[in-house]
Ligand binder design. Structure first.
Ligand code: SF4
Length: 326
């Protein structure tokens, strides 16, 4: 088993809901509600779920871009959950993020070369010609021409802009890159190119990805393991092949059935889930999925299932005792 680079334990992020003139707290958004997982060096963990399930909040909490309400984040064995900004700075180099919308995350008034070189300059790692040479190298690594360093973001296509973002993320030689829906805004024809680039870069550099997406087909392509999130919790986590061959949680089964994946591992299952994700403000008691689950039993309304298992973990009362779903 690979050495663990990232270990997240019982992570929670709750937001107060306020109303009225006095802005009294009238509820709590349970955006992330007890998430635990680990990520090995050189590994990709796909984190998948519908919009609003909390996966992007997990990503931002891991990077400390939002402060977790509770829980623990360990990077290379060191607890970084409560480090001050100054103490966190050396770790920030190790952890980078690629956002969904490359245009919004690039400064339109900076050249592409300056954007990619900025983190190197800020950390004082190179100046002058050495900086330019390093940026040119990064451009080549992501499939851009060094002469494009002088162009501005609007002069690139969507896929090329995401390549600039990836080059910027690579600039500080990180060990962990969080990819938050990095291809969702791109044309389908471009998505595969960017995913393949990410896979090739990982092979060359050996860093880890926490890969967030709502699209199981995308996650299936890049991930070694996959975690499925529902209403702020992980409901199933397993190796990719195992999860696709043998999905045990009814929600995972529904997600697989709803995705037109050209994947021979995926079972063809009838759609099992209707309706929208319930609000994370005061989420359903018991199993949060019981309002949409066609296998829901009476006890599902009151008992909250916890993740159980070893390599393949699932949080469903159907699986308890037998270790299997249907
Ligand atoms: Fe469905 Fe019950 Fe399992 Fe939840 S615990 S997924 S409601 S069967």
């Amino acid at each position: 088993m690979s050495k663990m680079l990232l270990e997240v334990t019982d992570l929670r992020k709750h937001y107060p809901v306020r109303a009225g003139v006095l802005r009294r707290q009238v509820g709590t958004v349970h955006s992330v509600d007890g998430v635990s997982f680990s990520l090995g060096a050189g590994e990709t963990l796909g984190l998948v779920g519908e919009s609003g399930c909390g996966k992007s909040t997990v990503a931002r909490s891991v990077l400390r871009l939002v402060e977790p309400t509770s829980g623990q984040i360990r990077l290379d064995g060191e607890d970084i959950t409560h480090l001050s900004k100054t103490a966190l700075r050396p770790h920030r180099r190790s952890m980078q993020i690629v956002f969904q919308d490359p245009f919004a995350s690039l400064n339109p008034r900076m050249t592409a070369g300056d954007i990619v070189g900025e983190p190197i300059a800020v950390h004082g790692l190179a100046t002058g010609q050495a900086l330019e040479a390093r940026v040119a190298q990064l451009f080549e690594q992501v499939g851009l021409r060094p002469d494009q360093m002088r162009n501005f973001p609007h002069q690139f296509s969507g896929g090329q802009r995401q390549r600039i973002c990836i080059a910027r993320a690579l600039a500080l030689e990180p060990r962990l890159i969080v990819c938050d829906e990095p291809v969702s805004a791109l044309d389908v024809s471009i998505q595969a190119q960017v995913i393949n680039l990410l896979i090739d870069l990982q092979k060359q550099h050996g860093f880890s990805y926490l890969f967030i997406a709502h699209d199981l087909a995308v996650v299936a392509h890049i991930s070694h393991r996959v975690a499925v999130m529902y209403l702020g919790r992980i409901v199933e986590i397993a190796g990719k092949d195992e999860l696709f061959r043998n999905p045990r949680h009814p929600y995972t089964q529904a997600l697989l059935a709803s995705v037109p994946i050209a994947n021979p591992l995926a079972k063809k299952l009838a759609p099992l889930v209707d309706g929208d994700v319930p609000s994370p403000v005061n989420p359903p008691r018991g199993c949060a999925f019981h309002t949409r689950c066609r296998f829901a039993m009476e006890r599902c309304r009151t008992e909250r299932p916890v993740l159980k298992g070893n390599e393949h973990q699932v949080a469903c009362l159907l699986n308890e005792g037998t270790g299997r779903g249907q």
